[in-house]
Design a protein around this ligand. Structure first.
Ligand SMILES: *[C@@H]1O[C@H](CO)[C@@H](O)[C@H](O)[C@H]1NC(C)=O
Ligand SMILES: *[C@@H]1O[C@H](CO)[C@@H](O)[C@H](O)[C@H]1NC(C)=O
Ligand SMILES: *[C@@H]1O[C@H](CO)[C@@H](O)[C@H](O)[C@H]1NC(C)=O
Ligand SMILES: *[C@@H]1O[C@H](CO)[C@@H](O)[C@H](O)[C@H]1NC(C)=O
Ligand SMILES: *[C@@H]1O[C@H](CO)[C@@H](O)[C@H](O)[C@H]1NC(C)=O
Length: 364
């Protein structure tokens, strides 16, 4: 587009050049070529500020953005040419590990797996450990051993940060997970914690102030429960589920943590779903991992399988959400990365199916 805009006037001018100017020809061409090269370089730099998949400036530039600005920033980050095709080689494809992030529809997904495992002939193991996501080395070792010990094919679910199997000399199982808009997830957890506390018996219930704390106030008054500061340590965010057990994974907006999370997704997660787009998530799961998910879409839509929804959740104003969003740069970059990958996967599946139909119609 830029090339054409530029060529037009130059060519036109040259039609009217007097003969004596013809000696300037080579200079004109030189200037034109140099200009085009400069424009190309600048455009490339704007599009692709670093050749690595990660750039610190992007992180800090999102500091104060509104929702739409945040979206724009993240889209420019994820449009770097990334090949999303998944390489299954070197992985234990008979084992599936759903290291479920909380408040992203994980109860629904695990219910689907439990039902499908009967039809598809694999064992599903559900963990009741909900609050031990960060494991020390011996706990990781025990976890790895347990997963490897179970007869294949099988699947597991547990709220746990990514565990690096090769660190313990084992081939990694396939990982999956499902995420959700990071602020919606924080809001959901906030009200879920209170609903869960209310259900508990009176003893051990937190104090009345905490129970009745207003979410808007919590955000605006910089209450630690609703505040996320760069460099702070948080274990309630999405990113560590993909980054892993390294201490740096808990450091808020840490560049290495975001980079590592993306690396792990590309290498170990054939599918990461998005709660806001359950249909796409289920279609991609079925097509990428048929052995574990064939029939998931139908099961989801034909049965009352959606569970663990909190009806006590209150509406939160968009302005309040934007205040939180402005601080959750790495979370959003990861979320948009996952969303774009999932859409690309759906697109690839649709193309493949079209091709198949085309071939079929030719054979007939
Ligand atoms: C963020 O926004 C606030 C209010 O609009 C403004 O005062 C502040 O200077 C901004 N900070 C940065 C780093 O842009
Ligand atoms: C993506 O990578 C896979 C192998 O990892 C390769 O087969 C495929 O051709 C690549 N696609 C593009 C568009 O580069
Ligand atoms: C996992 O551990 C292996 C062996 O220690 C190491 O080479 C690799 O970089 C680690 N990968 C991740 C994602 O931590
Ligand atoms: C956002 O980050 C700033 C600077 O680190 C901090 O002062 C503010 O309290 C944070 N706000 C929220 C809602 O996390
Ligand atoms: C998801 O699929 C169901 C069943 O085909 C359909 O009724 C529904 O409209 C779809 N939802 C979205 C958001 O596309």
């Amino acid at each position: 587009m830029y090339v054409r805009l530029y060529m037009g006037p130059v060519v036109e001018e040259m039609v009217h050049v007097p003969v004596s100017f013809q000696r300037l020809w080579p200079i004109c061409i030189l200037v034109l070529v140099t200009t085009l090269f400069l424009i190309y370089t600048v455009l490339n730099l704007m599009k692709n500020p670093s050749t690595g998949s990660f750039n610190l400036r992007k992180i800090t530039s999102g500091r104060n953005c509104s929702t739409t600005e945040c979206l724009a920033i993240d889209h420019s980050v994820v449009t770097n040419n990334i090949n999303f095709s998944f390489d299954f080689r070197g992985l234990d494809v008979d084992k599936l590990l759903y290291n479920r992030a909380p408040k992203c529809g994980s109860t629904t997904i695990y219910s689907i797996m439990q039902k499908l495992s009967v039809d598809l002939g694999y064992q599903h193991y559900n963990s009741k450990i909900y609050n031990k996501k960060l494991l020390d080395e011996s706990q990781q070792r025990r976890f790895v051993k347990r997963v490897k010990r179970m007869p294949s094919p099988c699947s597991f679910d547990r709220h746990v940060f990514f565990v690096n199997f090769s660190q313990f000399g084992e081939t990694s199982p396939l990982y999956i997970n499902v995420v959700r808009d990071p602020v919606e997830r924080i809001v959901s957890s906030y009200f879920y914690r209170r609903a869960a506390a209310k259900r508990r018996a009176n003893q051990g219930r937190p104090n009345e102030y905490w129970m009745n704390k207003n979410f808007e106030q919590c955000v605006l008054s910089s209450d630690p429960e609703c505040t996320f500061i760069d460099g702070g340590i948080y274990s309630v965010l999405l990113l560590p589920y993909f980054c892993g057990q390294d201490r740096r994974c808990l450091i808020h907006n840490h560049p290495w943590a975001l980079w590592q999370a993306k690396q792990n997704i590309q290498r170990f997660y054939p599918v990461v779903g998005v709660l806001e787009d359950m249909n796409t998530t289920l279609i991609v799961l079925e097509n990428t991992l048929p052995r574990f998910f064939r029939g998931a879409f139908k099961l989801y839509h034909n049965t009352e399988i959606r569970r663990n929804q909190n009806t006590r959740k209150k509406e939160v104003a968009e302005e309040i959400k934007d205040v939180l969003r402005a601080n959750l740069t790495a979370e959003y970059e990861l979320y948009f990365f996952i969303q774009r990958r999932l859409r690309q996967q759906l697109h690839d599946i649709q193309m493949k199916n079209k091709e198949k139909k085309y071939v079929k119609s030719k054979i007939k």
